[in-house]
Design a protein around this ligand. Structure first.
Ligand code: SAM
Length: 345
């Protein structure tokens, strides 16, 4: 049972959310903090200014909004950030949301993490019904790991991975492909991940937020990575789709699954089933657009969920068809001013 009582108006079911293009919204990603204990060079600048605590949704408010979405047909919740596992008492939220797994209203509760706090939390996550997690690792070289994350300790992350697997969590590794940084390591990352029974997903760097460098210098098209891998491995296309941007192949030689997230070279919007909530209660209907709906005001305005529900339905009615990111020399500025840590990866 969760720590927070079920909201009285959250008992109705079967009122699914459909956007103007007929896409059912069944997946909510929730950023629970904009803070992180790493400063990955492609994600944040070193001197990030973080939000004052009062602007953040409380854990109870996060639970209420998530539950309102579950009530309207959302079947999958992903907790992300910033680094979600650095938020104080975050396990209370996992504990309370797990009631929707118990009731069958939710298929999956999951998390995307940098792994730094996993050794501490893996068993509790599993106890809350989390079955699979995504862990972001861009290199297996400790020095390079420190350079990419600025503050990260690879040993600690690897201990976290061990703890996660020992707790029975299925792990998928997310790796941002970075030109001249880890492109020579893709094969070893793949062999390592598949050797440990973990899927690997490669991600193209996206133009989100001001960083201390030029995006074009980091951008490595995954079409190139895939072509290189195809010289070495037999890659069999898989039909597995998550409604998200990833396309999967089976690597015949390792029997592992490899995903490609290619927002820059491939548009994936037509099957989009997701929306994203920030830690201040802004609902982004598209990762690649500026439009957002404020859900914090309706949550704080009333104890009943009526205003909140109306705000959610109105927001989904504004979900755009898609986005168009551009990275090139002429577009040196980020396509969007907010960082990935705001909307969550
Ligand atoms: N702290 C958690 C983590 O490290 O996974 C969750 C948040 S992080 C923003 C989620 C994912 O977004 C990570 O895999 C990260 O590498 C990726 N990411 C961050 N900025 C990105 C960017 N500009 N382009 C592509 N991926 C990015």
């Amino acid at each position: 049972m969760g720590a927070f009582p079920a909201h009285p108006e959250n008992s109705e079911t079967g009122r699914s959310l459909l956007d103007p293009f007929g896409r059912g919204i069944t997946y909510l990603r929730v950023s629970v903090t904009d803070r992180c204990d790493f400063r990955c060079v492609y994600c944040m600048s070193e001197d990030m200014a973080f939000l004052p605590k009062r602007d953040l949704l409380t854990l109870e408010e996060l639970d209420r909004i998530c539950s309102a979405f579950v009530d309207r047909g959302v079947r999958k919740l992903r907790i992300t950030g910033g680094e979600p596992l650095v938020r104080r008492d975050i396990m209370t939220l996992f504990g309370s949301l797990s009631r929707h797994l118990d009731s069958g209203a939710l298929d999956e509760l999951t998390v995307t993490t940098n792994g730094s706090q996993l050794a501490r939390h893996a068993r509790d996550l599993a106890a809350c019904g989390v079955k699979r997690i995504n862990v972001s690792i861009d290199t297996l070289d400790a020095d390079k790991f420190r350079r990419i994350t600025r503050w990260g300790d690879l040993t600690k992350v690897l201990q976290g991975l061990d703890a996660a697997q020992n707790a029975g969590l299925k792990v998928k590794i997310n790796t941002v492909a970075l030109k001249g940084v880890n492109e020579d390591e893709i094969v070893s990352l793949l062999e390592w991940a598949h050797g440990r029974g973990m899927d690997l997903t490669l991600i193209e760097v996206m133009p989100l937020g001001e960083i201390d460098g030029q995006r074009i210098d980091q951008f490595l098209p995954l079409s190139l990575v895939r072509a290189r891998l195809a010289e070495r491995y037999r890659l069999e296309d898989l039909a597995d789709r998550t409604g998200g941007p990833a396309r999967y192949v089976r690597v015949k030689e390792t029997s592992g699954r490899l995903g490609f997230i290619t927002p820059m070279t491939h548009n994936f919007c037509e099957s989009c089933n997701r929306v994203r909530l920030t830690c201040t209660g802004q609902l982004f209907m598209c990762l690649g657009q500026e439009d957002a709906a404020d859900l914090r005001a309706p949550v704080r305005a009333s104890e009943s969920n009526e205003l909140l529900e109306r705000a959610i339905v109105d927001a989904i009615a504004r979900k755009p068809k898609g986005h168009d990111f551009i990275i090139d020399r002429r577009h040196a500025r980020p396509a969007l001013s907010r960082h990935m840590s705001v909307t969550g990866g």
